[in-house]
Design a protein around this ligand. Structure first.
Ligand code: GAP
Length: 513
């Protein structure tokens, strides 16, 4: 069986080989934690973005979309708390000179202890038949001991973060005897806070220039436009504003491919509500977002909710939808109950009222906000990782198939003339000219049909259509399904409706409407 680490390595090389993702500026040896999307990657990414956008803006009458600028007035980030509090606790190993996020070191240590519990449970399950009371007691004692360790570390860690006690964070690392993965030593520096925002200068003359930031989240572009949208769109609470766009963070521990990047894309929606209704809307958005993921047909076991131990400076409740990536369960999306923190801060820092007059209550207030925030690149990785498969076929051969949700596949159908002559390319061309207004389709006449199937399987094309000599007279073609590999003879004029059923985004949206 392929190990998860190998699966991940395969995924990275597959993404490159088939034009999904390239290292940025590769000819100059690349730029760390920055990636470019290739010809197939850009299409897949667009489709995921479109699925998200339509599910928010098209399916909800009370959600509208905007496209705010990346640069914002620097006071925005003072008001939002990012200048003072958007930082990671970092620690260096003095021997390897490697820098780590202290919280990640502790979380990974806890995950290792959790792994030990899982192993105990697995061992007990295997010995189920002759599991006597003595064995039960000793297993139970070990599990309780591990669990106590986890609870103690989590409690200390939560307390340390709440008090911003960096000395205690270091002490936890020392007490847990965490070693540097590179040097293997416990020779650590103190823990320091490091702000994650990138800054640059606005203005050409250095004396006049002022420092501005590349936005670390798209959310603030929504908050500062709250009243613009509410008034011009005559929006009534509850209502939402959605936006997709680039965000930038100077991540120190930037690894795991496109999971943690320095330049990435977010898809965020801020839902403005009456104060006091946040619990109800928080639960509702948790459910709505999980359904959005589940509609894609990826195994439900791959998703789970994780409540935050430490709440961000703006939140009164928060959880992640975690996904089982090849390197374990990790955050894919955040759902945050942000209270009235952001609008209140912007009211205070700008001196402009950020209030909504509620005609039903006949009163004005600063709305509360529920936020849903998902990284487009992480969603891309989740989809790629769950789709890439190596299959053994009945005839003993193997194939690599990217079983992407068909609605998101970069190319929906590939059209092949069986041979490059006898009028078959012309029929294939005609089919393409008919389908191309609705779908991304492609033409391939090189190599055997078997090889052409393999090429399309590798990029996740749901359908391959072969034009043969009989097509000249019966006006039919052979359509082959990527997943079942079944081939069927169908009339050329039925192709559009057959493809439509499987690949249309509408069918996906109907599942969640
Ligand atoms: N506005 C709230 C916010 O930005 P977050 O949990 O910091 O919350 C939201 O980020 C989502 O953005 C995450 O769940 C993740 O999918 C994505 N994300 C955050 N940092 C990222 C990074 N460095 N690279 C790729 N995606 C990232």
């Amino acid at each position: 069986m392929t190990q998860p680490e190998d699966l991940f390595k395969n995924l990275i090389s597959h993404a490159k080989e088939y034009g999904f993702i390239f290292q940025s500026s590769e000819i100059y040896d690349g730029l760390s934690a920055v990636y470019d999307y290739g010809q197939n990657g850009a299409l897949l990414k667009n489709n995921i973005r479109q699925y998200w956008w339509q599910s928010m803006v098209q399916l909800h009458e009370n959600i509208v979309g905007i496209d705010a600028a990346i640069f914002m007035h620097p006071t925005t980030w003072k008001a939002s708390g990012h200048v003072d509090a958007f930082s990671d606790p970092l620690i260096d190993n003095k021997d390897s000179k490697k820098r780590y996020r202290a919280d990640v070191l502790i979380e990974e240590h806890v995950a290792k202890i959790e792994g030990k519990i899982e192993k105990e449970v697995e061992k007990a399950a295997k010995r189920f038949e002759n599991f006597d009371e003595k064995m039960f007691r000793s297993t139970n004692a070990r599990v309780l001991e591990y669990q106590k360790k986890i609870d103690d570390i989590n409690a200390r860690f939560k307390n340390a973060l709440e008090k911003n006690d960096l000395a205690e964070v270091k002490q936890i690392i020392v007490d847990c005897e965490i070693v540097c993965p590179v040097s293997g030593s416990k020779n650590w520096t103190d823990v320091r806070q490091f702000n994650l925002m990138f800054s640059t200068q606005l203005g050409s003359v250095s004396e006049e220039a002022s420092t501005i930031y590349l936005r670390p989240e798209t959310a603030q572009g929504i908050f500062v436009n709250f009243l613009n949208v509410q008034k011009t769109g005559r929006m009534k609470i509850p209502f939402g504003i959605a936006q997709t766009g680039k965000a930038f963070r100077n991540e120190i521990v930037a690894r795991q491919f496109i999971f943690r990047m320095r330049e990435f894309e977010q898809m965020e929606m801020q839902f403005f509500i009456r104060p006091g209704t946040q619990k109800e809307w928080y639960d509702k958005w948790k459910e709505t977002r999980l359904s959005w993921h589940k509609a894609l047909g990826i195994s439900e076991k791959k998703y789970r909710f994780h409540d935050h131990i430490k709440l961000a400076h703006y939140a009164d409740a928060a959880c992640d939808i975690e996904f089982e990536f090849p390197f374990g369960f990790k955050e894919l999306e955040g759902i945050h109950s942000r209270s009235d923190f952001d609008l209140k801060q912007h009211e205070q820092f700008s001196g402009r009222k950020q209030q909504y007059f509620d005609p039903e209550l006949n009163q004005s207030y600063i709305p509360y906000v529920i936020e849903t925030s998902i990284g487009l690149d992480r969603m891309f990785l989740a989809i790629m990782a769950s789709s890439l498969k190596e299959e053994k076929l009945e005839d003993g051969s193997e194939r690599v198939v990217l079983s992407l949700p068909p609605q998101l596949a970069p190319i929906k159908a590939a059209i092949f003339p069986l041979v490059k002559k006898d009028g078959l390319p012309e029929i294939a061309e005609k089919i393409i000219n008919d389908l191309k207004f609705d779908y991304n389709v492609t033409y391939d006449e090189k190599d055997t049909v078997g090889k052409r199937y393999r090429r399309q399987d590798a990029i996740g094309t749901p359908y391959c259509i072969t034009v043969d000599h009989e097509s000249l007279t019966d006006h039919c073609v052979t359509i082959r399904d990527r997943d079942t590999m079944k081939q069927e003879r169908v009339a050329i004029d039925k192709l559009k409706s057959i493809i439509e059923q499987k690949v249309s985004l509408t069918s996906l949206l109907k599942k969640i409407a």
